[in-house]
Ligand binder design. Structure first.
Ligand code: ADP
Length: 429
């Protein structure tokens, strides 16, 4: 496309005015000729300016009006610019409509809102699940429509790693999971999923496990009683005694498994823990120390508890005991003879620190991430020997979740392991 330079514009003017000057000089009316030429020149420009104005504001036609010289050039330039904007506009509109179609296809309610809460857009499901009205609610603050204090606090917190579960604002029988994600510049994307059936299934599973474990307890106690009687009457028969001992061992394993299952169900099932009660942690750890020394004696383990007697936390004593005991018993079970087990309970700036260190065989890195999964065992046969069920660390994980804490595991093969956690100072008493 041709670009007009100052030089070309000057020569274009000369082309108009040189003949006028010559004619003016020849006729002796130079000034008059120049005046008329200038007026005509301005009128010519105004004519094309008017045409441009009409084309842009009145006709709005996409067909270019005919232009001359510089004006033709200017018309084409404006027209090309318009075409470029139209194309960009169209492709942006396509992107938006693809996003909207995608969001409508999702099985979740989707709401786009500004950082300050102003609703920009929502899909159809948001209207069903949250009771939004579209387009009436466009621009409305989201906290005026979802007024639950937990949701308002969740938005204000600006920390959206974990989802928030809330009862539906329009149907109290439905449980919704709210997830917020930072989206585009200064916008947020809210995704709401109906999790009523998932939670129901989870609860059913928990109830089932709790009921089965509970029901197994009575027959196991009866069995243990009979095995004891059989053991007494088999004292003179070594072969029978051996069989009875195996029976005794396996029943004890089953009892331990049932106990662990019941503890896990209780901890998992507790929606919230009563944090009003102060647990006498020093007494709890002294009991644990005595049990650990008794257990470790068989393997000549050196057991060392370093406990801050003034450091106590609030919560459920049974749960805290399960958390600490599982870590201590594991250290004893997985440390070979003459090894060391050290337990620390001390105050740190963040709160209370609990740590169990052992000089056991250690755990390979690929197992560490899975240790807290139910029934996960690094070496099933080894665990069986120690009477392990694979539920201990799962109990620890769930128990710690009530304190908003996580288990930290460090281990090196052949050197030993360290299991630790921090209970935040909000839970100290
Ligand atoms: P279990 O009842 O089998 O001990 P846990 O859930 O307590 O189940 O532990 C899971 C697995 O983690 C164990 O089977 C064991 O292989 C490994 N483990 C746990 N604690 C230790 C430890 N202190 N040293 C080495 N391995 C451990």
């Amino acid at each position: 496309m041709k670009v007009y330079t100052w030089k070309q514009l000057f020569w274009a003017m000369c082309l108009v005015y040189i003949p006028v000057v010559i004619l003016g000089l020849l006729t002796g009316h130079l000034l008059e000729f120049l005046l008329v030429a200038t007026v005509l020149h301005i009128a010519w420009h105004y004519y094309f300016l008017k045409k441009l104005n009409d084309w842009l504001w009145v006709s709005k036609s996409t067909v270019l009006p005919p232009g001359k010289s510089v004006w033709e050039h200017a018309y084409i330039g404006i027209h090309n610019m318009q075409q470029r904007y139209r194309k960009r506009h169209k492709s942006l509109a396509n992107v938006i409509s693809r996003f909207r179609e995608g969001s409508e296809a999702l099985p979740d309610a989707v709401v786009v809102f500004k950082k300050e809460g102003e609703i920009v857009w929502c899909n159809h499901l948001a209207q069903f699940q949250l009771g939004f009205k579209w387009p009436e609610d466009a621009g409305e603050n989201i906290t005026n429509l979802i007024r639950h204090p937990d949701f308002v606090e969740y938005l204000r917190s600006n920390s959206y790693q974990d989802p928030l579960d809330l009862i539906s604002p329009i149907n109290s029988e439905k449980l919704l999971e709210f997830r917020v994600m930072p989206y585009a510049k200064d916008q947020r994307l809210l995704i709401v999923r109906d999790v009523t059936s998932y939670r129901q299934m989870d609860e059913n599973r928990r109830n089932f496990v709790a009921n089965v474990s509970h029901e197994l307890r009575t027959p196991l106690t009866v069995l243990q009683g009979y095995i004891e009687i059989m053991e007494m009457s088999a004292q003179d028969d070594p072969r029978q005694l051996k069989t009875v001992r195996v029976l005794e061992q396996q029943t004890a394993r089953m009892c331990a498994l049932v106990e662990q299952l019941m503890t896990l169900s209780k901890i998992e099932g507790a929606a919230s823990v009563d944090f009003h009660e102060c647990i006498n942690t020093a007494v709890l750890l002294t009991q644990l120390e005595n049990e650990a020394i008794a257990l470790g004696r068989k393997k000549s383990l050196s057991i060392n508890f370093v406990v801050d007697p003034k450091l106590s936390v609030v919560g459920d004593e049974m749960q805290l005991r399960s958390i600490m005991a599982n870590l201590v018993y594991n250290a004893i079970n997985y440390t070979p003879e003459n090894g060391n087990v050290k337990v620390l309970w001390k105050r740190i700036p963040e709160g209370a620190y609990f740590c169990v260190m052992d000089t056991g065989d250690g755990i390979a890195p690929e197992h560490i991430l899975h240790l807290t999964e139910r029934f996960y065992r690094v070496d099933a046969s080894r665990s069986r020997d120690t009477g392990g069920s694979g539920l201990g660390l799962s109990i620890v994980k769930h128990g710690l979740s009530h304190y908003d804490s996580e288990l930290d595991i460090e281990s090196n093969i052949g050197e030993g392991s360290q299991f630790s956690f921090i209970i935040s100072k909000a839970y100290l008493c």
